[in-house]
Design a binder for this molecule. Structure first.
Ligand SMILES: [Zn+2]
Length: 109
């Protein structure tokens, strides 16, 4: 099933990338694959599943071509997001120091 290794950037197979490798769309596909290459198997299928869902109709088919993941892998990622299995603890989501600065500080200048 898994035909990719983490850290290896998959080459998109779509017609746009083959014919217009410098086009905006081809660069987007490259970015997707670069991002996917940094993720482990589980996170890769979830992120790709999310993107496929956001594209809507034809999204899974497109993501299959772009990322080389199988339909089963992508739909599994989508199901995992739906069911919230393996949730991330909420206190680990944000890095400390993130978020907005308090407003009062600005007002006192
Ligand atoms: Zn492509």
């Amino acid at each position: 099933m898994a035909n990719r290794k983490q850290g290896e950037v998959h080459q998109c197979d779509c017609d746009v990338c083959a014919e217009h490798p410098r086009s905006k769309e081809a660069r987007e596909h490259l970015k997707i694959n670069r991002m996917v290459s940094t993720l482990d198997e589980k996170n890769a299928r979830r992120v790709v599943g999310l993107m496929a869902g956001q594209i809507g109709r034809g999204g899974i088919a497109l993501m299959m071509v772009v990322t080389g993941l199988s339909r089963n892998t992508i739909t599994r990622g989508q199901q995992e997001l739906e069911t919230a299995e393996d949730p991330v603890p909420t206190n680990r989501v944000r890095a400390s120091g993130g978020g907005r600065k308090p407003l009062e500080k600005k007002a006192q200048s």
